[in-house]
Ligand binder design. Structure first.
Ligand SMILES: [Zn+2]
Length: 314
């Protein structure tokens, strides 16, 4: 079955597999973002959504700009990220929170279906589901700081989990891969995927911005789940992550990006977040008015990874 992941491994092209082009920082500069990426020989950008509005914005972006960039594939992801269920988030939505787990699961599947229909009406293909997942970082921080009760945190986590499972099921019923956020919930996400893979053995998943333990990388690899790495790898504090990437990908890197991908590792920018070390921050500020990341910078990450693994940048 030729999925976008198989395609990536076969072709070994430079792809930013997780970017937020819906972010307001790019408003009015979308064409420039894409031109700069094309100039840096980026062949694919996977456009992540975080809620309904960002999904609608992304599908309009693909519909408007894909025809003008024939050599830069824009792949649309739709999905609702856990922020809508985190009470302190600016994206918190009562419509989602005010439900039982079961109601929320059905509700979110319905929302994804109507987004899919909308995309089809614009002639845009939905190619994956994301970003979705579980975030326990903010909840535990707020509980520790006394800003949130343990009961509220528990309720949020319960709903996050239900919404995550429903979206993976929706995606895998349609043979679409999922891009997953798992901050401070790496093991929980792995356990859920392991369980769901029993029902959907062909299910494909990417743990985006994964910074789990080395043993969790192994677990993902054994399950056939991909990990997405970004600029965090280039930061001074990421020694363990670098050692893990080296261990997983060293033997395949002679085959270039195809080799890296076949080791289960994908590259992503998570733009506008996380500027890689070595990128020209001043230039980014000149272009976007502030120091933000962009999909073009995935080439800096590729060169960093090749360097780390002792391969000449091609
Ligand atoms: Zn993201």
């Amino acid at each position: 079955m030729p999925t976008i992941l198989n395609n990536l491994i076969q072709n070994g092209v430079l792809a930013d597999t997780h970017a937020h082009l819906h972010d307001p920082v790019y408003s009015g500069k979308e064409r420039l973002v894409l031109e700069r990426a094309a100039y840096c020989e980026v062949s694919e950008i996977w456009l992540m959504s975080v809620d309904i509005d960002s999904a609608l914005k992304n599908m309009r972006l693909v519909s408007n700009y894909q025809p003008r960039f024939p050599f830069l594939k824009l792949r649309l992801a739709i999905g609702i990220d856990p922020d809508v269920l985190i009470p302190s988030s600016s994206n918190f939505t009562f419509d989602f929170y005010n439900k039982t787990s079961e109601e929320l699961g059905l509700f979110v599947k319905m929302k994804l279906t109507s987004l899919l229909e909308k995309a089809e009406s614009l002639g845009v293909k939905v190619e994956l589901v994301g970003e979705i997942g579980i975030d326990n970082y903010w909840l535990s921080k707020q509980v520790t700081d006394g800003e949130l009760s343990a009961a509220d945190a528990g309720q949020s986590l319960k709903l996050q989990k239900a919404m995550f499972i429903a979206q993976v099921e929706w995606a895998w019923e349609r043979n679409l891969p999922v891009s997953i956020h798992s901050r401070s919930s790496e093991q929980e996400v792995l356990d859920i995927l392991k369980d769901l893979l029993k029902n959907y053995p062909e299910g494909e998943a990417i743990l985006h911005s994964f910074t789990g333990k080395p043993s969790q990388f192994n677990e993902a690899q054994q399950m056939g789940v991909f990990v997405g790495i970004n600029a965090i790898l280039t930061y001074d504090t990421a020694e363990l992550l670098r050692a893990t990437v080296e261990r997983l990908a060293k033997k395949n890197i002679s085959k270039g990006l195809a080799g890296l991908y076949s080791s289960g590792i994908l590259l992503e920018t998570d733009a506008p977040y996380l500027i890689p070390k070595g990128a020209d921050r001043k230039a980014l500020e000149l272009v976007y008015g502030e120091q933000v990341n962009e999909p073009a910078m995935v080439y800096v990450l590729r060169d960093f990874v090749f360097n780390l693994l002792g391969k000449e940048p091609s």
